[in-house]
Design a protein around this ligand. Structure first.
Ligand code: IMP
Length: 424
């Protein structure tokens, strides 16, 4: 399919990095449309684990062009470090990575405000990654953001920054009782980025539309997941962008009529990091067991992930709001040693059953999952390369997921390496 969007169908960390890496082998362009360095895409190449935060993981395939769309918020410090890291590994970035001039920048005051506000909120904190994502998007919508294009005009950038930092300092000092920032130093540091970033800056919307018109194969990779979406997620315990498929159109300047396939990625169970509702969450002891089996620690912050059973209410929501054409199920092998595996098929509350994920936060916290229990397979699936190689109980588990989701499964992942994959 010419243009494919890959989205997370749960709370992020579904293993999108591996699937994007796998599919990148057959595409010409890989693009990102939202989020920022809060994302951590882990790819294992020849036994080496590579974690990318801002550069699309397609960069690991020498023939692909990578694009960062206008919908992404960019921390230039992290970006330059990442480019440096890749080049040290012998991966060419120059001439292959293109950054939208319309993308907004994450500034030091965004990171400071993110951390300060979380502290201020105390027990009501969101549990953000602390990367300044929320405050950067706030400024974008408040129309006082700094865009990549602003880096290219040193004089105006400095003037703009001095004014913005002056007002941010008032907020930091008067509302959060925090220290002021050195406006002059930040302005001087950031004008330096123009030289370093200049050659990567392009009109990404024009580039991607040209690529599509030329019949190139384009893979659009979402960060985070459907349940962290600012509109459809577990608000306010969400990220500040639209990870859902619709975000790809506004975040890249590509019309919806150009999209051919929307592939959702879901783990064979569920995880989330940060605070907020999680109806199928395990108790702490079992969470710890699965966390160890699945290596469930945040790729960006190293925080232990909360773990729970697969939730089909969540998955059906993902199918609906993203218009998923198919699903990839990852980390099936993590369940290999369990005697019983549960699937949540619905929620119950106050004597009634809910068909859809509720919008009310208190309801999300109260609902009782309705489970069906499946027998485990007690055998390693890591060497399976076809569906038929899987134990019968694993096959039934997957078929049931497909039936409940209402869309076909197209990929099953049974380990972190590229070849530990079943394509259906
Ligand atoms: P923020 O995106 O840093 O503002 O964090 C908001 C929420 O999204 C927090 O619960 C984070 O843990 C979560 N989050 C952000 N990025 C990711 C990700 O890439 N994977 C999983 N959770 C994420």
């Amino acid at each position: 399919m010419a243009v494919t969007i890959i989205v997370g169908a749960q709370w992020g960390d579904e293993g999108k990095g591996k699937i994007v890496d796998l599919l990148s082998a057959e595409v010409d362009v890989v693009a990102r449309y939202q989020g920022g360095p809060n994302a951590g895409h882990t790819v294992v190449v020849e036994e080496e684990e590579i974690v990318l935060h801002q550069v699309p993981s397609g960069i690991l395939h020498p023939h692909t062009q990578c694009m960062i769309g206008n919908g992404v918020v960019i921390d230039p410090v992290v970006l330059m470090d990442e480019i440096g890291f890749l080049e040290k590994k012998g991966i060419t970035v120059q001439g292959r990575l293109f950054i939208s001039q319309r993308a907004h920048l994450i500034m030091p005051y965004h990171k400071l405000l993110d951390a300060t506000r979380e502290r201020h909120y105390g027990s009501r904190k969101i549990g953000t990654t602390g990367r300044g994502i929320g405050p950067a998007y706030v400024d974008k919508y408040d129309r006082c953001g700094i865009r990549i294009v602003d880096l290219l005009d040193r004089t105006t950038l400095k003037e703009k920054l001095l004014t913005i930092i002056e007002s941010k300092n008032k907020v930091l000092q008067r509302i959060y009782d925090s220290e002021a920032m050195d406006a002059e130093k930040i302005a001087n540091d950031y004008v330096e980025f123009d030289r370093r970033i200049d050659s990567y800056v392009k009109d990404v919307s024009v580039l991607i539309n040209r690529a599509v018109e030329a019949g190139k194969r384009v893979l659009i990779e979402g960060a985070q997941g459907t349940m962290l979406d600012i509109d459809f997620g577990t608000y306010p315990y969400v990220t500040s962008s639209n990870p859902i498929a619709g975000g790809a159109c506004s975040g890249l300047g590509l019309g919806p009529t150009k999209i051919n396939r929307v592939l959702g990625i879901a783990k064979a169970y569920t995880t989330r990091v940060g605070m907020g509702p999680f109806p199928t969450e395990f108790d702490e002891a079992f969470s710890e067991h699965i966390r160890k089996l699945g290596g469930e620690y945040g790729a960006t912050t190293g925080r232990p992930r909360r773990c729970g059973w697969l939730d089909m209410v969540v998955l059906r929501m993902a199918v609906m709001v993203n218009g998923l054409t198919d699903l990839a199920i990852t980390k099936l092998d993590v369940l290999d040693s369990l005697d019983e595996i549960k699937i949540c098929t619905g929620y119950r509350t106050g004597g009634r059953e809910l068909e859809h994920y509720p919008a009310e936060l208190d309801l999300q916290e109260q609902v009782q999952p309705i489970y069906e229990t499946h027998p485990g397979w007690n055998r390693s699936t890591q060497n399976a390369r076809t569906f038929a190689d899987l134990p019968a109980n694993a096959q039934s588990y997957l078929k049931r997921i497909e039936e409940l989701a209402g869309v076909p499964l197209s990929i099953i992942s049974v380990g972190s390496r590229r070849n530990q994959t079943i394509i259906l």
